[in-house]
Design a protein around this ligand. Structure first.
Ligand code: AMP
Ligand code: MG
Length: 501
């Protein structure tokens, strides 16, 4: 591996996490891939990082973002973490295929850069350290789709590809995604050192996180009898509750909510067998390897809490006082439902809070569930109906687009009656605006990702760009692209998404 002489435009590297050194991070290098090429480039994220378009063509950049080369300023390394997988302690896990390039700074913002699939690391265990083109496209598009939806997530800057073979269920080709986030710290990073009985290392990590990502906490410790670690845990509880509510509200299923896939910043992290719901089913399981349905759509909020409990255990040696640990954790039981109520109110276009709103949301989901009505289409049509409500002479005419989605009209008509009554106290235009900003027209359905993947396998990457464009602003109408907002085709239900990536 060579060090290129070219500068990466105006990037300033800071490397705060890397400076922790061993045993948190190990200096490492990628294993080169042959004949690398660009698959996808995210122009708007590039801009956010303070770089201009000339970046992509800068000498050494393609190679560096494939793990083949180190550019001036980068300090590649990998980190160690453990975790609970499917409810069972799994011991040491990663980074099995993530190579951190370092942290860049623009203004006050710091961004970690990480390659996924750049080859084996000291933590690869039996794995090959690679990622395939298929899963890399899914991760790239979904990171950006979540960002477009306003849901906290790690970002994806680009994908590079190589003809090198990677064996999964069949032989596929290699790809590398460059992921970007303020931090990739996981619950599992803390669990790792706690499980080794190294509370001094847990403390070092927690102090690092608090200093760099939770600096405001230092002024808020009075409520925690000066115990900053309880305050830290509570902050993660809050952001996780918010994240779970946002996932549920757009019908996002993560699929592998192991504690090593949970971000302490409350970001959506590690896109594997995820899925946006098509027909609504509370018990939907998107991961075909999840036979018990541990990570079903309905279970996600509970699993979020279970995972927070694991983090609390890891921090126990620092918090030390049981009542404070519980005071940090237990509010999840109200924070999550309150956050979900807020999301559902927005979906329903309600600008005030009234008794009965939670029931209204529960009841409509029951109607959807009974007939497996398409989740995204239902909410978008409901929003459009509210927008055009006053153009119709009777309420039932106004709701026709929604009614068309149901075979048995009676339950939904009854619900629409109650909803119409509830809306009567609202300004309809304000309600419609709120709804159109919270009920996306475009989500990354499995079949859309699959179409982009199939084309990419033939060397045609255009569909990835089209999807990125739509998913970056999923609440906009994007006239001419209605096909992408349509019902899934019948073959979509036969797509099987496992952990294999
Ligand atoms: P995941 O289910 O993708 O979150 O991965 C669980 C763990 O397995 C993480 O520590 C990954 O780094 C590791 N892992 C997954 N795939 C590979 C691979 N192909 N090579 C090495 N490690 C891997
Ligand atoms: Mg993972």
């Amino acid at each position: 591996m060579t060090v290129a002489t070219s500068e990466m435009n105006s990037l300033q590297w800071t490397h705060r996490y890397a400076k922790l050194g061993l045993p948190f991070v190990t200096t490492w290098q990628g294993t080169p891939l042959s004949d690398v090429h660009w698959v996808a480039q995210n122009h708007s994220l590039l801009q956010k990082l303070g770089l201009d378009e000339s970046f992509w063509a800068t000498e050494g950049v393609l190679e560096a973002l494939s793990g083949n080369q180190i550019l001036n300023g980068m300090q590649p390394h990998t980190s160690v973490y453990s975790g609970h997988q499917f409810g069972v302690w799994a011991g040491q896990l990663g980074d099995g295929r993530a190579l951190w390039l370092g942290e860049s700074r623009i203004g006050h913002a710091h961004w970690e850069w990480q390659l996924k699939g750049a080859g084996k690391t000291p933590y690869s265990r039996m794995g090959d350290g690679r990622a395939v083109l298929r899963s890399s496209i899914r991760e790239y598009l979904c990171s950006e789709a979540m960002h477009g939806l306003g849901i906290p997530t790690t970002r994806a800057l680009c994908i590079t590809g190589s003809p090198d073979a990677v064996l999964r269920e069949s032989v596929e080709t290699a790809a590398v995604v460059t992921r970007i986030a303020p931090s990739f710290l996981r619950f599992g990073h803390f669990e790792h050192f706690a499980a080794l009985g190294q509370d001094d290392k847990v403390k070092q990590l927690a102090d690092f996180a608090i200093e760099h990502y939770f600096a405001d906490l230092k002024d808020q410790t009075d409520a925690w009898r000066g115990n900053i670690y309880a305050a830290f845990l509570h902050q993660v509880v809050r952001s996780t509750a918010q994240l779970m509510a946002k996932w549920q509200a757009v019908g996002f299923c993560h699929g592998v909510m192991n504690t090593d896939n949970m971000s302490v910043l409350g970001l959506t992290l590690d896109y594997g067998p995820f899925q946006f719901l098509d027909g609504f089913d509370h018990n939907h399981i998107c991961n075909h390897s999840d036979h018990q349905g541990r990570y079903s759509y309905a279970n996600q909020p509970k699993i979020g809490y279970w995972n927070l409990f694991c983090l609390a255990q890891a921090l126990w040696g620092l918090i030390k006082e049981e009542d404070l640990a519980m005071q940090a954790l237990e509010p999840y039981q109200t924070l999550f439902p309150e956050a979900l109520d807020e999301q559902m109110r927005r979906k329903l276009g309600l600008t005030d809070i009234q008794h009965g709103d939670r029931q209204l949301a529960t009841d409509v989901l029951a109607c959807l569930s009974k007939e497996r009505v398409d989740f995204t289409i239902f909410w978008r049509r409901l929003s459009v109906c509210v927008k055009d409500f006053s153009n119709h002479s009777t309420p039932m005419q106004a709701w026709q687009l929604v009614l068309d989605l149901f075979l048995d009209a009676q339950p939904i008509e009854q619900w629409l009656d109650t909803y119409t009554h509830r809306l009567s106290s609202q300004n309809l235009q304000a309600a419609a605006l709120l709804m159109l900003q919270n009920n996306p027209k475009f989500v990354l359905r499995n079949h859309l990702g699959e179409e982009a993947i199939q084309k990419a396998k033939t060397g045609d990457f255009f569909e990835i760009d089209t999807l990125l464009h739509l998913l970056h602003s999923p609440y906009d109408e994007h006239s001419g692209y209605d096909r992408y907002a349509n019902f899934p085709p019948s073959w979509a239900s036969s797509i099987e998404i496992s952990c294999s990536s």
